[in-house]
Design a protein around this ligand. Structure first.
Ligand SMILES: [Zn+2]
Ligand SMILES: [Zn+2]
Length: 423
């Protein structure tokens, strides 16, 4: 009997962590979750592990790994870009903890220790970890370095999707479906209950809105995740030849350098490079003041408006009816971005009093996650005997489960935190 156990990202999005037990045990991801006033963590790992595998750099998948290495000595595997970007995010999370006066869960020493146990692995090169086990990564099309992980034990294969996107986006050609057939799939279900609007139309609408906002004398603010979304929005806006100054604030610039260093892994590196040559990078608070000299576009962290320079811009512009906040990504529950999206209100000032904003705001769905139909399309190709669902809202997962069972007739289970499912 084999089994899979949930440590986090079970009936929620965030703090991914799963233990696959093939006799030899593997940790799949170990991330954190951003909650309104603190971070939440996956359950502790009690098992004796053969290896830890990190699917991609986003903190909800990689953010707790340095804590794991306080007390573990197994090897970990990830792609080179995942390691480089995770390292930036781990170090940044220490800085944020310091700024917010919180005790961090790990130290710089723990980050160094994490590097010591890590092996980077390219895509499509199966690694024989033991006599019975091989691991292989395939491009997941979600962000730079993101991987679908195929683990084969004797004759049984298991695919962990992490976050993935089968269909192409501005930066990526989409997931590598040469994985072929597998026996079991552990799949994310972020958008398991819905379809995304046509991507090209959304990109055009975003560009038109940004141009229109500046022409009306307003500031176009685009909260964006540092990893993936910032680079994508730069690529989209500069390709569209927006006639306005475009500023990039936050960590997105540092991450862009890593994107450009791994040009072979993105769809059109030349265009992205040209885009970053056109935009103005904000390096200091003096630069930040310049932004308000004349109407312009600002792409800035954080994507869900929880912390990061975007907070300063929003506090300055929320009363300006000509300005507009363009939300572009998944807005986690109880984040300021979600509050704005659902109620038109944002927390203001030291006490975080909720106020109604007068500026415009709109959501543009540029998701790097697959839609329901897209996931059904992928699952048909993988054609597993068994499917396990993770990384989705508790309301979304039962809907997705019944759609899979109806459409594909494949037995599907929702993984629960702390529970083991045998297969
Ligand atoms: Zn992700
Ligand atoms: Zn995720």
């Amino acid at each position: 009997m084999y089994s899979i156990k949930g440590l986090g990202a079970c009936e929620e999005v965030g703090r991914s962590g799963f233990v696959l037990d093939f006799g030899e045990k593997f940790l799949l991801d170990y991330g954190v979750k951003l909650e309104p006033n603190n971070l939440a963590y996956p359950l502790d790992v009690k098992e004796n592990l053969k290896a830890a595998i990190i699917s991609h750099a986003h903190l909800d998948h990689s953010g707790y790994l340095p804590y794991f290495y306080k007390s573990n000595e197994c090897l970990s595997f990830m792609t080179q870009p995942t390691l480089e970007i995770s390292d930036i995010l781990w170090r940044d999370s220490l800085k944020i903890a310091d700024l917010e006066g919180n005790e961090p869960k790990f130290s710089l020493n723990d980050i160094t220790r994490t590097h010591k146990y890590n092996f980077v692995m390219p895509y499509k090169k199966a690694l024989h970890l033991t006599n019975d086990t091989t691991i292989e990564f395939f491009d997941a099309g979600h962000i730079l370095g993101s991987a679908l992980t195929k683990i084969t034990y004797k004759n049984e294969s298991f695919l962990y999707t992490g976050d993935y996107k089968e269909y192409e986006t501005q930066l990526h050609i989409g997931a590598d479906m040469s994985v072929g057939k597998v026996d079991n799939v552990l799949i994310e279900s972020t958008y398991g209950d819905r379809e995304h609007p046509d991507r090209k139309k959304v990109e055009k609408a975003l560009c038109e809105s940004v141009q229109d906002t500046v022409e009306r004398g307003g500031w176009a603010i685009i909260p964006a995740f540092a990893v993936g979304r910032t680079q994508e929005v730069v690529d989209i806006l500069t390709s569209y030849n927006i006639n306005a100054d475009i500023y990039v604030d936050g960590m997105g610039k540092k991450v862009a350098a890593i994107y450009l260093n791994h040009a072979d892994l993105i769809k059109n590196p030349k265009r992205l490079k040209a885009g970053f040559n056109q935009v103005k990078i904000i390096e200091s608070s003096r630069d930040r003041k310049k932004v308000f000299n004349k109407p312009c576009v600002v792409i800035t962290t954080s994507g869900m408006m929880k912390g990061g320079p975007v907070v300063g811009y929003a506090q300055k512009l929320f009363n300006d009816t000509n300005s507009k906040i363009h939300l572009t990504g998944y807005q986690g529950e109880e984040t300021p971005g979600r509050m704005l999206q659902d109620t038109g209100m944002l927390p203001y000032g030291e006490n975080g009093e909720m106020i109604k904003v007068k500026c415009k705001y709109e959501k543009y769905d540029l998701s790097a996650h697959p839609s329901q139909k897209e996931m059904l399309h992928s699952l048909k190709q993988w054609d597993p005997k068994k499917i396990f669902l993770v990384h989705g809202d508790s309301k979304v997962m039962p809907i997705f489960k019944s759609v899979i069972e109806q459409e594909l007739g494949i037995n599907t289970e929702i993984l629960k935190a702390g529970k083991k499912i045998e297969f």
